[in-house]
Design a protein around this ligand. Sequence first.
Ligand SMILES: Nc1nc2c(c(=O)[nH]1)N[C@H]1C(S)=C(S)[C@@H](COP(=O)(O)OP(=O)(O)OC[C@H]3O[C@@H](n4cnc5c(=O)[nH]c(N)nc54)[C@H](O)[C@@H]3O)O[C@H]1N2
Ligand SMILES: Nc1nc2c(c(=O)[nH]1)N[C@H]1C(S)=C(S)[C@@H](COP(=O)(O)OP(=O)(O)OC[C@H]3O[C@@H](n4cnc5c(=O)[nH]c(N)nc54)[C@H](O)[C@@H]3O)O[C@H]1N2
Ligand code: SF4
Ligand SMILES: [Mo]
Length: 888
Amino acid sequence: MGAPIVATVRTTCPYCGVGCGIRATPTADGALIEGDPEHVASRGRLCVKGSALGETLGLEGRLLSAGIRENGQLRSTTWEEALDKVASGFASIIAEHGPDAVAMYVSGQLLTEDYYVANKFMKGYVGSANIDTNSRLCMSSAVAGHKRAFGEDLVPGCYEDFEEADLVVLVGANMAWCHPTLFQRIAKAKEARPAMRIVAIDPRRTATCELADLHLPLKAGTDVWLFNGLLSYLARTGAADDEFVAAHTNSLEAALLEADRCDSIEFVARTCGVDPLQLVEFYEMFAATTKVVTAFSQGVNQSSSGTDKVNSIINCHLLTGRIGKPGMGPFSLTGQPNAMGGREVGGLANMLASHLELEQPLHREAVRGFWDAPRIADKPGLKAVDLFRAIEEGKVKAVWIMATNPVVSLPDADQVKRALQRCELVVVSDMSGDTDTATLGHVLLPALGWGEKDGTVTNSERCISRQRGFLPAPGEARSDWQAICQVAQRMGFQGFDYAGVHQIFDEHARLSGWRNEAGALPRAFRIDGLAGMDRPAYDALAPLQWPVAPAGAGTPRLFADGRFAHADGKARFIPTAPRAPIHAPSSEFPLALNTGRLRDQWHTMTRTGKSPRLAGHAPEPFVDLHPHDALLSGVREGELARVSSRWGAIVARVAHSGGIARGAAFVPIHWNGQTASDARVGAVVNPVVDPVSGEPEFKHTPVRVEPFGVAWHGFILSREELDLERIANWTRVRGAGFLRYELGGRDALSPERARELLGAAEDADWIEVEDRAEGMLRCALLVDGRLQACLFLSRRPDLPARTWLGGLFAQDELSSRDRATLLAGRAPLLGADPGPIVCSCFGVGRNTICKAIADHGLRDAAGVTACVRAGGNCGSCLPEIRQMLAAR
Ligand SMILES: Nc1nc2c(c(=O)[nH]1)N[C@H]1C(S)=C(S)[C@@H](COP(=O)(O)OP(=O)(O)OC[C@H]3O[C@@H](n4cnc5c(=O)[nH]c(N)nc54)[C@H](O)[C@@H]3O)O[C@H]1N2
Ligand SMILES: Nc1nc2c(c(=O)[nH]1)N[C@H]1C(S)=C(S)[C@@H](COP(=O)(O)OP(=O)(O)OC[C@H]3O[C@@H](n4cnc5c(=O)[nH]c(N)nc54)[C@H](O)[C@@H]3O)O[C@H]1N2
Ligand code: SF4
Ligand SMILES: [Mo]
């Protein structure tokens, strides 16, 4: 249940793993959102997504009651009936086919308490480890790498290390867009200390590269060569910390033997496709700098050699002893707000709770005893990609999906769709009832969302922080932990009668101390200092970093004493033999498709998609190509292209950002079956996974790009949602008071059809111009003098900008002047089109910024902010403004 409404509540942002603190004050139509100056992770900063949270709290699209779908018909029902159906469905499948015939697929966006209960339910009571999470797609390579090197899944450092470092190496991490406030901390540190160096290692030239002193645009998938080369270089040039290596590590010889195959700069540079001089520059910089942080994210993890990439990086830090001290260490940037909490409770199919191991009989017995559980899973469950295969094969017959949208986010996503279509019982817990996954559910359970639910999350630097509710529970939505407990109780399981989240947290805290004394089952994850809190104490919990000492104090850094978590107390070097991605580009599929994130959207857009402020930055899905490859593929910038692989296809608009190398392509991950007819890129992505972690190779799929021919291009702005079933291609984002559809059509669209499409009655107030010879049609529908919808189409993608037209939807009655120029698509005296939005906070476009730079001879971002306000609020757009300044 949502907490009682109080004036201002301190909580945590529900998006990225930075975990910024928020002060939220409920208002009539949402909430006022401000940064919390006292939160240690962010000290008052928020990026554009966090700042726009207030716009995402409306109830439209929310699932407000439980639902049951039978013969394709969804009817709403009571929680009682829905829970009975889940419990009896699970119970009868388990009775007939055993516990491994059911599964849960959960998420790093659950709160720790939800996650803890889900894991206890499956592993301790159902008796199967078939519970996996979308963290498999995200952090599992980092988890596996940490375990191999340190003996436990531990992130050594903290955010302050980024500020104290003299060199920050960002590997496969577009921090400017994906971890913006932490990136701003780095930018500020560099401003204060210009000698600080930043190196970005990424095949694309991203906004992050603007801050970098050196960008190594390595060929996708070649990181292990690069870091093996570095290890060998460090050893050869005397940069090793021999004392540290001797006292605190094992197995250097084997790792070096492997790394020495990369002892030639020429060879590594050629393999990685980088300039040998730049490579040496990086190696020298790394060798000469003691305070180095190497931060990595999905360019490392999401690879068929992801775990080896992680270890090849850690090896370099172990050799130089640069770990566990201020300003240095390898740092895994986590993606989701509770990626870390999920790991603490053992959410992955091959883990047990509380950093204990599923495959160790002593660990299993300890957890079973602590839970007083009837059984305990005794073998690893299916990892995400395998799980959905097993569902399609009918081996897993019931799946409960919670807080994730696998029909969009898994690789080979059409396979996932098929699997769910064949599955006997699909239960979906979500805030939204019309996601691509929820539309395939047999039982829908309405979940509380951010602002309504209560619990804890853990960010990238192990900081446990409260998410607190400040809005009432909408409709019949409940917390996910309650839904799980209620199903568990119906299945006759004891141990699920919690009076509130604080009791779950308490159990989780106690488990971390269970047999955790030296000699028994020692592990670094320890928060038993937080056990025993009553509800008020839990509600008042201030952010702190685990491990938490018995006295209740947090720990910013691990390994300060050189002790690691392997039984001998030493860290391990891991030999990492480089491997190319499994599927290489071929003549049939000549380009390597890379997929990733945009600045202003979060994953499958179920929440950020509600904010008009966030829609302007990238209003359409696109495929970013090198102009040379576009030419070879016969596609042109601004036109539509089909991007296909052996697994599936999408349609997207061709773009040339200038940041893509030849032979590569990039498509953003956010569009889905609700927001586009054909842009769910997961359908194109190969289902190859890393052999150790099971993490998919999202960043490398061979594809072909070809023209997607249309007879006309167009757009519609409409207050109402439209049925565009018969249009060849469409995409949709939300503006302020309207929906913006971009269209590509094959069948001619007559004025009559246009009327039909926009829902104009016979006697509607309708304005229209048509130039048949030119293939041009423009029309608008007004209702009571108010603009209801407008449609513009043309043979070429030369349509007017959407900005001015979109603004007309704010008017309750169109002025006669606006009405007169409506179909021109722009105000007569308004001046130039502001261009695509760069600063979402103040709605400032690219053209406006470029013009200001030119007209006023502006030289830095501060000048741009002073002149046109852009960049003056959250700062998320500053890297792009700097890019524009640099381009002049
Ligand atoms: N705006 C926004 N922020 C987010 C999210 C979001 O949806 N939107 N999601 C959050 C989540 S869950 C996550 S996991 C993080 C992800 O954060 P990031 O990992 O920073 O984001 P990505 O865009 O997935 O990929 C990062 C970079 O890896 C590069 N890359 C691709 N292949 C290779 C390679 O072989 N080697 C190297 N070195 N680099 C490569 C890509 O070009 C890309 O620029 O972001 C979090 N933050
Ligand atoms: N091609 C490609 N695919 C990728 C990636 C990539 O880089 N490339 N990245 C991968 C990564 S790193 C990640 S993390 C995944 C993310 O992929 P998903 O997890 O599938 O994406 P989300 O849109 O965040 O889905 C979260 C869902 O949970 C719902 N929700 C939000 N809060 C709650 C809650 O409290 N309770 C419940 N029950 N529901 C809630 C939201 O409405 C939404 O439907 O995508 C992965 N897929
Ligand atoms: S950086 Fe942005 S998305 Fe990430 S936690 Fe902070 S406000 Fe939220
Ligand atoms: Mo992620």
